[in-house]
Design a protein around this ligand. Sequence first.
Ligand code: ADP
Length: 500
Amino acid sequence: MSAQPELRVEREGQPKKAVDLLFGDLWGYAPAPESTGPVRFEKRYGHFIDGEFVAGDKWFASVNPATEEPLVEVAEADEAMVDRAVQSSRKAYDKYWKKMKGSERAKYIFRIARMIQERARELAILESMDGGKPIKESRDIDVPLAAAHFFYYAGWADKLEYAFPGGKPQPIGVAGQIIPWNFPLLMAAWKLAPALAAGNCCVLKPAETTPLTAMKLAEILQEADLPPGVVNIVNGFGRTGAAIVNHADVDKIAFTGSTDVGKIIQRALAGTKKRLTLELGGKGANIIFEDAPIDQAVEGIIDGIFFNQGHVCCAGSRLLVEESVAETVIRKLGHRIQTLRVGDPLDKNTDVGAINSKPQLEKIQELVDSGVDQGAQKHQSRCDLPAKGYFFRPTFFTDVSPSHRIAQEEIFGPVLSVMTFRTPEEAIERANNTPYGLSAGIWSDKGSKLFKIAGAMQAGVIWGNTFNKFDPTSPFGGYKESGFGREGGRHGLLPYLEIG
Ligand code: ADP
């Protein structure tokens, strides 16, 4: 038998080794771009008010982050436009939606779900063009899960009193919903589906860099014959979001985004009657014990931080690995990141697409530089990057100390910080040593250990021997500075109901 080539973790600046031969050349794929033929969209979108598209007067461009070319223009809603949207929702709430039987509301929500399924391919392509995420991610995760959320909550609309036995659940009124750019359509679904099922009307604001699928969703709402005003959608920047938050006739705010903005919103709403749920940042830890299925765990880590460019608030951006298996795990990780295909989001083989925007790319670079400056060891994929577009090579750090910025701050990019531990207590202590508390993963062969560790973790979502798995029936949300309130499942109805 011939000797195996030596495989080891590659450090920056070192010459190409056998790993390149094995994983670079041998595993190369021919381009397989998804055709953009089936998609049609306008050059400009205003807002969706009272069941109609209305123009704005101030326009800005949403850029395709993989090409740096403007993709579509959208209008910026000012306070008057937000007021128009809120009044439209109020009227729809009083006139139809709160009076409608749950079984009737369910039919609309079910219809929306079906139409998302029917237009799944178009929505996936648009999501990838506007946001930069790989088509296999938008096609297999974002769009099917968005449809699943509408299906799931359609089922609850006529069963609210069974969801909360003994209570008399009533809708709250008009919900203002502000969403981020990492899962544009899916976040719209997470917000709209439970709110509508519970009998509320909504004013939704997509993120400024990813408005396109929200505008397509507006087309779907129109085609589904949803009564005018039940959902209004306004485009714009943070100012538009603030106008929704501060509008006197909004009864509830649901926000997903950065912890900094979440704090601003919480301060703005203090002392008002408005209800609030916040889903904010995270610094999720994946804990690998020595008895874990190591290859499976490495794949889970890759999924948790590198797929979708690390643009996931519940990303597993820290890896805590038991010292006895650290060398093996780091070696395998080093090999695996060389096989990740970075590039055109519309290519069906792409694993890591474009970073959503230039400022986000700069933020990732700045934090990675801080890791090097603070003395951590950088390991980076040597893949070629496209000449244009915002791309970042999958990167992980070893020799990370818990006080390093890369171990504490949310990077929101394909960057992993690896630390080791000797005892379960140390693993728990390190995992909880962050201001956040959104997600965690535990990898071990022993079920009892999984449950014991999970019980000690301050995180809203904990996966055992897997990572980043979602289902509409399962509640999602944070502890500490990751926010409060739950989305998904029966719990996801609660923020939109008054239980009398
Ligand atoms: P990120 O850092 O992930 O871009 P942000 O928190 O800045 O997250 O943005 C998330 C959403 O919040 C976007 O739709 C954005 O326009 C909106 N937003 C930003 N600032 C404010 C604000 N002060 N009030 C309300 N919404 C805001």
